[in-house]
Write a protein that binds this ligand. Structure first.
Ligand SMILES: CC(C)(COP(=O)(O)OP(=O)(O)OC[C@H]1O[C@@H](n2cnc3c(N)ncnc32)[C@H](O)[C@@H]1OP(=O)(O)O)[C@@H](O)C(=O)NCCC(=O)NCCS
Length: 311
């Protein structure tokens, strides 16, 4: 079974309520119908009209949003206006437990979806930050985990510190386990250097991240710093990083910053003809972003992944 089918099967086993705040957008409406038809989730389409017709809940969300953000300077009037916006109304529905997760981004930019998620849903207990994993399915099944590669962070954190990189590595291993069914995540922290082959402060940061991650999760198979070829090609891993527990057979790849991560996933997608989609990790409740060029299938798949994250 391929990745998407296995995610959909898990989603069907315990149907979750997923909010779609872009409820008057054509692809989203078509996706909601498919999601309902396939029994993947219970989609809730939000529009300014559905919200206006739900006055009691709107009032409750406005008050709750005000309580949540008043210390940050949000006034009661501003909260009322924001709560009527489908993105904020949807986030408050998830926050207040009236829905299990949210998917948006067919219309909104990544930042416009991320900011309310970070401000309202916030990080899960024990998580230091929110980040993302891109699930890349390559035609060459000899790569990664039967062709599946988990890339992080390609969406959220522009310039993570060593400590943040360590947390991204651990969260990505968890996503590999829970969402992709990878029983043994093997995490490579990527750099332009393998095990001291080059000297630079940027390399030191990745090495320090590996040390921090190792101390936080001593049982996780993780190593770095290493180059991408040393991480993925067994012979090169053997020659450049002999004895490494992950070199040459990594299935989770942590990029040193957002520029490298975002460029890396797009090269794998466009040149390597991999299919891919992204999930956010580390939020207290699952919310996921779409690309504005997304297809109906992309929305259906992301809703399925969100439902599984909500389990
Ligand atoms: C995520 C992002 C939107 C935050 O930007 P911002 O509006 O400048 O955010 P701020 O630094 O003011 O933080 C806003 C809130 O989010 C929180 N936050 C920011 N980054 C966070 C993270 N990675 N994890 C958890 N919380 C985070 C802040 O603590 C703050 O919370 P508060 O308001 O309760 O104090 C920004 O980092 C960003 O634009 N990232 C790149 C997104 C992007 O364009 N990706 C393109 C690839 S598709």
């Amino acid at each position: 079974m391929d990745l998407i089918e296995s995610i959909k099967a898990k989603a069907r086993a315990d149907v979750k309520r997923i909010v779609l705040p872009e409820g008057d957008e054509a692809r989203t409406i078509a996706a909601a119908e498919a999601i309902r038809g396939e029994g993947i989730a219970e989609p809730v389409l939000l529009t300014p009209e559905t919200i206006a017709a739900d006055a009691a809940r709107l009032e409750r969300y406005a008050q709750a949003l005000y309580e949540l953000r008043k210390a940050k300077g949000l006034t009661r009037e501003q909260a009322a206006k924001l709560a009527a916006d489908p993105m904020y109304f949807g986030m408050m529905a998830v926050k207040c437990g009236d829905a299990d997760g949210l998917v948006s981004g067919a219309v909104h930019s990544t930042g416009d979806m991320l900011r309310p998620a970070l401000q309202i849903i916030k990080t899960a207990p024990g998580m230091k930050l929110v980040s993302s994993s891109f699930l890349m399915e390559c035609p060459d099944r000899s790569l990664g985990e039967n062709g599946l590669l988990v890339y992080a962070d390609c969406v959220v954190n522009p310039c993570p510190s060593a400590e943040e990189l360590a947390h991204i590595a651990i969260a990505s291993a968890d996503t590999a386990r829970t969402l992709c069914g990878i029983s043994e995540p093997r995490v490579a922290l990527l750099s332009f250097s393998t095990k001291g082959s080059a000297r630079h402060a940027l390399v030191d940061k990745v090495r320090e991240a590996a040390e921090i991650a190792h101390s936080l999760a001593p049982n996780l198979l993780l190593d770095g710093e290493m180059q991408f070829d040393a991480a993925i090609v067994p012979e090169i891993g053997e020659s450049k990083a002999k004895g490494s527990p992950v070199a040459g057979r990594a299935n989770v790849f942590v990029f040193p910053d957002l520029q490298a991560g975002n460029i890396g996933y797009k090269i794998t997608q466009r040149v390597g003809t991999a299919s891919c989609f992204a999930v956010l990790q580390g939020l207290a409740k699952p919310c996921n972003d779409l690309s504005r060029g997304c297809s109906v299938d992309d929305i259906v798949n992301t809703v399925a992944a969100t439902a599984v994250q909500a389990h």
